[in-house]
Design a protein around this ligand. Sequence first.
Ligand code: ATR
Length: 277
Amino acid sequence: MKQLYGVIGDPIEHSMSPIMHNDAFKQLNLNAYYHPFHVNRTDIGSAVKGMKALGIRGFNVTIPHKSTIMPYLDGIDPLANSIGAVNTVVLEGGDFIGYNTDGLGFLKGLLEECPFSIDKKKVMILGAGGAARAIFYTLASNGINSVDIVNRTVQKGEQIIEECPYSTNSKALTLAEGSLKINDYDIIIQTTSIGMYPYINEAPISLEYLSKHVFVSDIIYNPWNTRLLKEALAKSCSGQNGLAMFVNQGALAFEKWTGVLPDTNRMKKIVKRQLGG
Ligand code: ATR
């Protein structure tokens, strides 16, 4: 019998996950299918129960359910617990266990595409929302601890640093401080919503002083290149959009469900083609 997987979210119709996972199932000759499920905020508890009753083996969780799903699961992995968000659920011995592969997906994508070794490098995270927290805690849990947070609301950056269960050597800065000190960093990770529709002509920070040694990673992939990434590339910096993070968070979820790590280059090609990138 076909094994069922899926993704729950609201909205969900534009998700790239089904095409990416279904291609990987086919490629690996696995008798499985991945379906997008539209779940309203108020239905999250009954959706989890229903997924269990229907024998669904695992699923991804996207906006707006990443945090609110947590009390309805049977167990949460410690990293996901400290991040306060779950993007992947796995059926393990009859229990639904929640994981977060966003941060590790980001890190793998960075390692794939950054042209220099990230060892001992100084990192700036722009933004202090859920994505910033997932990336910050994952970097810290992997021993990358020279990571500062630059955000419009500095207190939110301070809070992420204070609540981090792993040792760090970090500080929170304002956007103005961040733009003045931008060249003190080797890697800049853009996690805010600025650059995405309807803010496609905006950038969260001034790159006036940016020099070309900096690698700029923007976790947005739609639009393909944000204004910030375009400006950085125009200054001869190297950089990446959010495709590698998206693909790797999905590949890590796929591996948790099936025990097999799919071909991420093939996944990148499929999503890129779909987005017209
Ligand atoms: P997610 O969970 O997807 O990471 P979020 O929690 O909504 O998203 O966080 C959005 C981030 O974008 C925050 O860091 C936010 O800054 P504040 O913490 O000051 O709200 C940032 N952001 C949103 N709009 C912004 C703007 N106009 N200028 C600068 N930063 C902005």
